[in-house]
Ligand binder design. Sequence first.
Ligand code: BLA
Length: 405
Amino acid sequence: MSGGGSLGVGLPYQKFVSFALEETCLRTTLTPHPSQYLLGSGTVEGEDYPEIPYPSLEKFKFIKSSDDNTVFNALSFSAPKIRLLRSLTIEKKNAFKVLDFAAFSEPEYDLPIFCANVFTTPAQSIVVLDLNPLYDTTIHKEYKDKYYKKIMPLAQKYSELLPWGGKITSESLRFFSPIVIWTIFESTERNHHVLHLAFMDYYKIWLELMDQAIKENNKVTIARNREQQHKYLTWRAEKDPGYPLLKKLIGESRAEDLVMEFLFEGVNTLGTKSFLDYFPEYARDDGSVNKKRSMIGKSFETRPWDANGKFIGDAEAFRELSSNCIQQAKETSRKLSSKRALPEAKEQKYTHFPTCLGSLFPCMSLTHQASREKVSEVHARMDELVELDLKRRKGSGDKDKLGCG
Ligand code: BLA
């Protein structure tokens, strides 16, 4: 089966959602989640209510886009072990289809977050399917073994059928597990069929883990689980790649509502830390959040886990970071050559590199002595480059040309 780029090809994502809900009902009892309802003023049987949670006023179930041509479908539930199970599908005829399905456990459990994310156009589909770990698996080996070890063979099978999608926003990696399916494929019947199978398998695994999960009683552990989930919600509510399109479709304020109160509900209630508390590398001088999606850009050309789930991406990540460092050295050098920017440039010198290392690849900066040595090596090389460049500029009198690197 090949070809067939039309958007009619492939399964409507509603089918994925129905499957997941039916399977969930076999294992637990779902109750509608409050995020599905509008709290708004209205009149019921002649009486005025300033705020009524009432199904006829469902807020997110059917959202109208500004072009009236796009259909949204939103559903959310909770269950005894599940804090939030929510799904959003969007379909714009002959243009695109979206599936955003996620399940978050109560903080008494350290279950991974089920995450199925598909953006499909007639030409291609961008897919992330994963049991996103609550704890970074490159650092927390016990967490990796607990949830992923047994299912590596299945992940291996799907990673062959749905190959690695190429370079990805590097920050995303810490939210992914060794079983992640990150792929970009041609929108064909065959590919969607495989994706449907993978979705069903991954979701059944998540339900099985949910079923087996034992309630944690230790308050400190529960608080830590809650904070990890909050960190994840905070990341996605700020930097999700779908956010700009949502704004375009339903306007800035409704998109914000949808993101904060539906898709990543809990971001305002599960914790009090801010985005910059969790991700300080995004801080700008004036204290605001840098609007860039990524501070280090894209990396990981190939799958950075081996068949046993061992992370093998350090070397590539290091290369990317080094090359960003060289870029920064050039920039610093340019600024140093302009008197006006001198104090700023001195202040900023090489801040990017250690910040990235420390917060994005703690496994590298904290545990690998060799990596730490490499960092000093790169810094020394950067000093050299800056010196050289300054000399060259002085010589040529050319203040703006970048000569190093
Ligand atoms: C693209 N979505 C992407 C990409 C990823 C994800 C990895 C590729 C671009 C990149 O490298 O960042 C998904 N990223 C994730 C997920 C996590 C993550 C799930 O870090 C979890 C931690 N997607 C939606 C919705 C829309 C959407 C609701 O969920 C639109 C309404 C669209 N996703 C969307 C679009 C792109 C995309 C349009 C391509 C645009 C781009 O690459 O910036």
